[in-house]
Ligand binder design. Structure first.
Ligand code: AMP
Ligand code: ZN
Length: 472
């Protein structure tokens, strides 16, 4: 079933627009990925959670998706890190790439189809730069680097709605750093000429001499190579709008003469005390910081997911604790449903599911309105909990409710995680032996087996309808 009315805010047109795949079936998404010079902080992860929600929602609505998330292993920060540590770029970045994938697993973020690294696409970057130089859209600066001339691209500023005239006064002509502010709107670097003292032995050869690509051209090259032009959706955090995405458009469209991206979607920042969470301000937490404190991936996922992506999310430990409590409420409800054994049908559940399902779908279709979608889930829990209290729900109806929750969890991704975790064999065996021991009234053995299970991180819940294993 394809629900054709999924609407998403487009940064460029400043309107919510219907998502329709250009090729009629597959939505091609490019998402700016991590710069692997350190562990990701939970601000970065908020952007990836938003992209995961978008991806899962599109699939829920029946679309197929091809997603590319680049891995930035060449930029000012990765080079500096490798040189400071006196190791190769690969040795420096690889542990952070691995850690990034671990973070995605912890947060139950679905895998993209492609994770290209910048170092694997230098040739394609050079193809673009060479053509732009040939067309005189790019030029060699006095420092030997190649710059993109923004005057040669008449649409420059169309994404971030820049008033170029007012910004250009006083701005320097060229900027060679990867990141800069709007006040410095100027020609940006495509190929950074090698400087021995700064770059050590990290460089690539090119027709313009030794050097390395600028950060912006990396994404254009990987996006065009893997997805082509007219990309259905391009995502990132709001800090990517300018200059990164503006520059991506300028380079790509000057190269292809086609529209680069049809729909731009940006997630707002995660903030702490009113300021963007960032490495440079030192006000950040990594996922590891929070899991070490005892919060689970699903608690953190819920916390990052629950606020609409276009609203700033203020991180506090109170909000994380509240997230944990909300998750627990849902999990308790799931347990309750699983324990229902009654065979008598009351025919009260179907209408509740139908109503809340419609509300859930409508909410997600409206620019991923996650708070309304979660409200639908909590309303359903409240209503069905009343039915359970009054013993007005059958086993069959409980299973229908679980089926509904499973469907919604293909979008939410934090309810049915444990079922994917494989219980270790020794725990399962001990659990079965304990059942027999209790049946035979060998309580000493049963207690020993319970302790063994506990040592492996599981607890046994003795419920009226039998015992159950649960993660500690
Ligand atoms: P970086 O590794 O700095 O290139 O950032 C990777 C992604 O995280 C980009 O999409 C950024 O826009 C996003 N990002 C960085 N800081 C934050 C923050 N505090 N809140 C939300 N997203 C962020
Ligand atoms: Zn990018």
């Amino acid at each position: 079933m394809i629900i054709e009315h999924l609407k998403l805010y487009n940064t460029q047109t400043r309107k919510k627009e219907k998502i329709v795949p250009k090729d009629g079936k597959t939505i091609r998404i490019y998402t700016c990925g991590p710069t692997i010079y350190d562990f990701a902080h939970i601000g970065n992860l908020r952007a990836y959670i938003f992209e995961d929600l978008l991806r899962r929602s599109l699939i829920y609505f029946g679309f197929s998706v091809t997603q590319v998330m680049n891995i930035t292993d060449i930029d000012d920060k990765t080079l500096k890190g490798a040189i400071n540590k006196n190791v190769s770029l690969l040795e420096f970045t690889e542990p952070f790439r691995q850690a990034f994938f671990e973070d995605l697993m912890t947060l139950n973020i679905e895998k993209a189809e492609f994770y290209p690294k910048a170092t694997q696409y230098i040739e394609h970057m050079l193809d673009i730069i060479i053509k732009l130089v040939d067309k005189k859209i790019a030029y060699k600066g006095v420092d030997g680097s190649i710059y993109f001339s923004i005057d040669k691209f008449k649409d420059y500023g169309k994404l971030s709605h820049l008033d170029l005239k007012s910004l250009k006064q006083g701005a320097s002509k060229r900027v060679s750093t990867d990141e800069y502010e709007k006040e410095n709107v100027s020609d940006f670097v495509l190929w950074k000429a090698y400087v021995e003292k700064r770059d050590g032995d990290i460089y690539w050869n090119s027709p313009f001499g030794k050097g390395r690509p600028g950060w912006h051209i990396e994404c254009s090259a990987m996006a065009l190579k893997l997805l082509g032009s007219n990309i259905d959706i391009h995502c990132g955090g709001v800090d990517n709008i300018f200059p990164h995405h503006e520059n991506e458009i300028a380079q790509s469209e000057s190269f292809t003469h086609e529209t680069f991206v049809l729909h731009w979607a940006h997630a707002e920042h995660l903030i702490v005390d009113g300021k963007k969470m960032s490495k440079s301000l030192g006000n950040f937490y990594t996922l590891r910081d929070l899991t070490t404190m005892g919060y689970s991936g699903r608690d953190i996922r819920y916390m990052l997911l629950q606020t609409h992506y276009k609203t700033q999310l203020n991180f506090t430990f109170e909000s994380l604790k509240a997230a944990k409590a909300s998750v627990q409420r849902i999990l308790d409800f799931v347990d309750r449903l699983k324990s229902i054994k009654d065979e008598n049908e009351n025919n009260l559940v179907e209408d509740i599911i139908k109503k809340e399902k419609n509300l859930f779908i409508e909410a997600i279709a409206d620019d991923l309105n996650i708070s309304s979608a979660l409200s639908a889930i909590f309303d359903l829990i409240r209503e069905i909990n009343h039915l359970i209290d009054d013993k007005k729900i059958s086993k069959k109806e409980a299973l229908k409710t679980l089926k509904f929750l499973k469907e919604t969890d293909s979008v939410l991704g934090f309810i049915f995680l444990e079922e994917k975790e494989k219980i270790p064999k020794v725990v399962e065996e001990a659990f079965e032996k304990r059942k027999d021991a209790r049946k035979n009234k060998n309580f000493a053995l049963a207690d020993e087996l319970r302790d063994l299970i506990l040592d492996h991180g599981y607890i046994i819940e003795d419920l009226p309808d039998g015992a159950r294993l649960k993660k500690k």
